[in-house]
Design a binder for this molecule. Structure first.
Ligand code: ZN
Ligand code: ZN
Length: 258
């Protein structure tokens, strides 16, 4: 476990389509590895999520940035908001603004055993890196997001959807014109986490009922591969079948069903 090698480059960038880049941390454990989306707009660029914060994402994307950049945390978890302190303009939903301001490791999920683990680093981001010194940085949000806010990039606009369940401040960004959804950890094609200390299963059910009515062509998720509308509806339906009881009541029903 000692003598792990140091990587040459912590991040990789892939051009997904015109004006959209996917940045990832390939030397980090696939299960926690987040997708960071850089959207190039006409008058503003948008970075959705910022990774662990163990290497400079700001430097990594510098050559791609030629306009004002707003960094957004889809939610407070360390794999998404860990690097947001590096950016001058940063936004998060109101429900998790205080946690970001405080650098709240509990809310960021990185104070729990097992989340920050040296075994999750295949290569190290820099010399002297240890998980003991990993820190979730406090950062003052410069913009507090609310349901219905519109982020206008000049040639495209993204609406903030507040979609609690995985955590209280989860958002997705929705482009009405292309019907694309940047979904963070609200929906992705992998194991959904709804039993974290910050999770709320009835709220998650409510969020999924809402999403079933949203026309979506393409999802750009916070983890794993992007996917289209059939998979989108399938994930929503399967989750609700598993979790929902009539009216999606306040209590967790999974114990009763097993
Ligand atoms: Zn999360
Ligand atoms: Zn995540």
């Amino acid at each position: 476990m000692k003598n792990k090698q140091i990587c040459d480059r912590w991040f990789t960038t892939q051009r997904v389509e015109e004006g959209l880049y996917l940045i990832t941390e390939p030397h980090y454990y696939w299960y926690n590895r987040a997708n960071l989306w850089l959207i190039k707009g006409q008058s503003q660029d948008l970075l959705i999520d910022t990774g662990l914060g163990v290497a400079s994402l700001r430097q990594h994307i510098a050559e791609l940035i030629d306009k004002p950049l707003l960094a957004i945390a889809s939610h407070i978890h360390f794999d998404h908001a860990g690097g947001i302190h590096e950016f001058e303009e940063r936004a998060i939903h109101a429900a998790e603004a205080q946690a970001l301001r405080d650098g709240d490791a509990h809310e960021a999920l990185c104070s729990q055993p097992g989340w920050i683990d040296i075994d999750h680093f295949e290569l190290l981001p820099h010399s002297g890196f240890t998980v003991d010194r990993y820190k979730f940085h406090a950062a003052e949000p410069t913009q507090i997001l609310q349901e219905g806010d519109v982020l206008d990039l000049g040639d495209r606009a993204l609406e903030v959807l507040h979609l609690p369940g995985h955590s209280a401040g989860c958002i997705a960004l929705y482009d009405h014109r292309s019907q694309s959804l940047f979904s963070g950890d609200v929906i992705y094609d992998g194991e959904l986490l709804d039993e974290l200390h910050c999770s709320d299963i009835p709220a998650y059910c409510h969020t999924y009922e809402r999403l079933q009515k949203l026309p979506v062509e393409m999802v750009y998720p916070g983890h794993y591969q992007q996917f289209g509308k059939e998979k989108y509806q399938q994930i929503l339906g399967e989750y609700l079948d598993r979790r929902r009881q009539p009216g999606c009541p306040r209590k967790v029903y999974s114990e009763h069903n097993s």
